[in-house]
Design a protein around this ligand. Structure first.
Ligand SMILES: Cc1cc2nc3c(=O)[nH]c(=O)nc-3n(C[C@H](O)[C@H](O)[C@H](O)COP(=O)(O)OP(=O)(O)OC[C@H]3O[C@@H](n4cnc5c(N)ncnc54)[C@H](O)[C@@H]3O)c2cc1C
Length: 200
């Protein structure tokens, strides 16, 4: 069973191309920057303790998640507790995948730190560390017709004794579809092993 994104699967399983199943070449992916900002104190925002913060003001980042949200620590809401803020920046025209390869860590870290400061004024003084993660192909982008088209469906079928999982199988990035894809691929594998007719 292969549970990798389709652009990788296509390279790992050259038999797909040999069988004329090259639809993986039609998969399109977005690029994403993630930051993990360690802060001495949890930012104090208005109202109830925040789980995440969205903003349209940033040049690059769109918001951040407070890493301990949904825990008792978070529910107690002590603003003096250290924390990690998970910043996300879908590039969407603000930078390209090629820029991610060319620019150094410091370039992205500076942009993220500036954006964070514009979202939470004064937070720079509490920032102790900023890790940057560059994900060139983080989520599939389903263009119109992609979900219902034959090309994607053709890639879900087993190829000989190989079955295909990963959320890409269903054409959308989500935990639910990843789980479903694993379940379906496992059932297909069972059917192959037991010599049963394929179910999907
Ligand atoms: C920042 C971010 C936020 C998200 N938020 C949400 C959310 O709130 N809700 C939601 O439902 N979904 C969310 N998603 C989407 C969700 O995380 C993914 O759709 C889901 O995790 C995909 O699971 P998967 O098992 O299909 O694939 P993946 O988790 O991508 O697993 C693929 C695996 O293949 C491995 N691999 C790659 N190449 C090779 C190779 N050559 N050999 C061996 N192994 C290889 C990788 O290391 C990886 O472990 C988010 C995604 C991101 C990036």
């Amino acid at each position: 069973m292969i549970a990798c994104p389709k652009h990788i699967t296509g390279r790992m399983v050259p038999e797909l191309a040999a069988a004329g199943r090259e639809a993986y070449l039609g998969y399109r992916y977005g690029a994403l920057l993630m930051g993990a900002a360690s802060v001495r104190r949890t930012p104090r925002l208005k109202g109830a303790p925040s789980a995440w913060f969205n903003s349209a003001d940033g040049r690059l980042i769109q918001g951040f998640l407070i890493a301990d949200y949904n825990s008792d620590r978070w529910r107690k809401g002590d603003p003096d507790r250290p924390n990690v803020l998970c910043l996300w920046a879908p590039l969407g025209g603000r930078a390209t995948r090629a820029d991610l390869l060319v620019e150094p860590w410091s370039h992205w870290a500076d942009l993220m730190a500036d954006d964070l400061e514009s979202m939470v004024p004064g937070i720079s003084a509490d920032l102790t560390r900023l890790d940057v993660y560059v994900w060139g192909h983080h989520m599939v982008i389903p263009a119109p017709g992609f979900l219902t088209g034959d090309a994607r469906r053709g890639l879900t079928r087993p190829l000989g004794r190989i079955t295909f999982a990963h959320s890409d199988r269903n054409g959308m990035p989500s935990f639910e579809l990843a789980t479903r894809a694993g379940y379906d691929a496992a059932r297909e594998a069972l059917a192959i092993v037991r010599g049963l007719p394929k179910s999907s």
